[in-house]
Design a protein around this ligand. Structure first.
Ligand SMILES: [Ca+2]
Ligand SMILES: [Ca+2]
Ligand SMILES: [Ca+2]
Length: 189
C-alpha cells in the first residue's frame, strides 16, 4: 500500500512504463483499447452475462474521458490505482464501479450484481451466498436504513469495519485479473 497517492502514476510510469507499454501495444497497436481488446488483455474469455456486465462497468470506469476507448494514459492510471493505490483511492474507485447506474449511491441490486460477477470472475467458492453477503453489508453500513449506500456510508462503513475492508480488498478486488496480466508479462520476458 503506497502512502503517496499523488506520485503513484508517475512512479509507475517511471519504473514499469516499458513493460506495460509493450503489453498494451502488443494487444492494441492502435493505441486505443476497445472493449473487446480490453477483455483480451486481461485474458477474459467466455464470460457469463453478469461477468461481462461487470467487466463492461470496469471498462467504462477506466474510460475517463468517455470516448469509448481506453488510451494508454487511462490504462496506466487504472492499473496504478489497482496495483498501488491507497485504501481511500481504491474505495473511491470501487464506489464508482459499484454504482452501476451512476446515481451517486449503491442500492442492494447493484451490490448483489457486483458480488455475483466478481465471484464469477475470481472463481473462488464462498461460504456465504451473494444475497446473504449483500444483506450483511447493508445491515452493517446502511446507517440511515434507506436501502442505499451513499458515498459517505460506503467510505466510512468499509474503512471502519476490518472484516469488510479485508473482504473488499481481497475477494472483491480485481487483483486476480492483475495477476493474470503480471503472469503474462513474466512469461513474455
Ligand atoms: Ca478514453
Ligand atoms: Ca446507483
Ligand atoms: Ca443509506
Amino acid at each position: 500500500m503506497g502512502n503517496t497517492p499523488g506520485s503513484t502514476v508517475e512512479e509507475l510510469q517511471a519504473c514499469e512504463n516499458h513493460q506495460w507499454y509493450r503489453k498494451f501495444m502488443t494487444e492494441c497497436p492502435s493505441g486505443l483499447l476497445t472493449f473487446y481488446e480490453f477483455k483480451q488483455i486481461f485474458g477474459l474469455r467466455n464470460l457469463s452475462n453478469t461477468s461481462n456486465a461487470y467487466v463492461m462497468t470496469m471498462f467504462t470506469t477506466f474510460d475517463i474521458n468517455n470516448d469509448g476507448f481506453i488510451d494508454f494514459i487511462e490504462y496506466v492510471a487504472a492499473l496504478s490505482l489497482v496495483l498501488k493505490g491507497g485504501v481511500k483511492q481504491k474505495l473511491r474507485w470501487y464506489f464508482k464501479l459499484y454504482d452501476i447506474d451512476g446515481s451517486g449511491s449503491i442500492d442492494r441490486e447493484e451490490l448483489l450484481q457486483i458480488i455475483k460477477s466478481i465471484r464469477a470472475i475470481n472463481g473462488v467458492p464462498c461460504e456465504m451466498s451473494a444475497e446473504d453477503f449483500a444483506n450483511m453489508v447493508f445491515d452493517k453500513i446502511d446507517i440511515n436504513g434507506d436501502g442505499e449506500l451513499s458515498y459517505e456510508e460506503f467510505m466510512e462503513g468499509i474503512q471502519n469495519d476490518e472484516m469488510l475492508l479485508m473482504t473488499l480488498t481481497q475477494s472483491m478486488d480485481i487483483t486476480h485479473i492483475v495477476e493474470i496480466i503480471q503472469g503474462e508479462i513474466r512469461a513474455n520476458n
